[in-house]
Design a protein around this ligand. Structure first.
Ligand code: SAM
Length: 317
């Protein structure tokens, strides 16, 4: 599998406190001076494009809390060779800047929404902000940040009852509603019991709405399988990261907000590209370093068990 996809966490800060993502007791936030500056991100991306990266996704923390994010989008969109520039957001701050993001060159957004009901959304995220997210979704559709994917992490005893209402959104909105199996990250969720296999999610949807038919989608994001309910405007996707391992199909690298490249979500191994850059390395030296990472990545052909607890909020999902 050729590695052509880079996910960049532009900040470790988030405006939500989702129970499955935010470590209990809070995070030790990265010091401001350790966060990659825009010109550093731009340089790393430009050099990565020289190694075959064609798709870039901005994530976080919450990418829309990073000051001047529109400026970063505009700068990255100008790099020749990037075929797809996308962003993953919780949608809370999206509505007012969706048009600007589109104008700056952002092609599409994924929006995380773990509930279709206000109280339960508040329970999961810590904030009563579902109406803002809904506005963000409609605005993203209106300005054409499409195709839009809505991501739901399913957790037992938390949002299983929300599955039908979320799936129903695919009937009337031209979006992909995707159900993601919760990854084991930190210990605060009792993950063994929290895990809901996507086979169960599918059963719940089919019992309520009838059979799902498979859809062939060209999806460079990789691991999702897509289906459609009868007469629906959108699709339903399943990302079954726990019940089926897809290392062989993994085409992505991750760049953390403090400048470390990680070849695998489940490995503690990372490469400090910021250190190299701040030590004054020239383009060729950085390029050689990035090529080494890509070579290393090609050796990750099976799942490494989580080497340590990690925070999805820090690495960007
Ligand atoms: N703040 C943005 C958002 O909410 O989409 C971007 C960062 S968030 C870490 C990126 C993605 O990771 C979201 O879709 C989120 O649902 C997912 N995520 C976070 N923790 C997860 C977990 N334990 N298992 C599976 N997905 C997770």
């Amino acid at each position: 599998m050729s590695v052509n996809y880079l996910r960049i966490s532009v900040t470790d800060r988030c405006n939500l406190r989702c129970i499955y993502c935010h470590p209990l007791g809070g995070c030790d936030f990265i010091e401001h001076k350790e966060i990659l500056r825009f010109e550093e991100i731009h340089r790393i991306v430009r050099l990565f494009v020289g190694c075959g990266i064609r798709k870039v996704r901005l994530t976080g923390g919450e990418p829309l809390v990073r000051k001047n994010i529109v400026h970063l989008v505009r700068e990255l969109a100008d790099i020749a060779g990037i075929e797809e520039l996308a962003l993953t957001t919780n949608g809370v701050l999206l509505e007012p800047i969706a048009a600007e993001l589109k104008d700056a060159g952002l092609q599409r957004v994924n929006i995380s929404v773990d509930s279709a009901e206000r109280e339960s959304y508040k329970h999961i995220t810590g904030f009563d902000l579902l109406p803002k997210v809904t506005k963000g979704i409609y605005k993203a559709i209106e300005v054409g940040l499409t195709p839009i994917k809505l991501n739901t992490v399913v957790i037992r005893d938390v949002n299983v009852l929300q599955i039908p209402a979320l799936a129903q959104m695919s009937l009337y909105l031209s979006v992909a509603v995707r159900f993601i199996e919760c990854c084991p990250t930190s210990k605060h969720i009792k993950l063994a019991s929290a895990h809901v296999p996507n086979s169960e999610v599918r059963r719940i949807i089919e019992r309520r709405f009838g059979p799902l038919s498979p859809v062939l989608v060209r999806d460079t994001d990789g691991p999702a399988l897509y289906f459609r309910l009868k007469n629906s405007a959108g699709t339903i996707g399943f990302i079954s990261s726990r019940s089926s391992i897809f290392c062989q199909k993994c085409n992505r690298l991750r760049l953390t907000s403090d400048g470390k490249v990680s070849p695998c979500l489940y490995s503690a191994h990372h490469y400090d590209v910021k250190k190299l850059i701040r030590a004054g390395a020239g383009d060729q030296a950085v390029l050689d370093f990035l090529k080494k990472i890509l070579h290393e990545k090609s050796r990750y052909t099976k799942l490494n068990s989580p080497a340590q607890e990690f925070s999805m909020q820090k690495i960007g999902g």
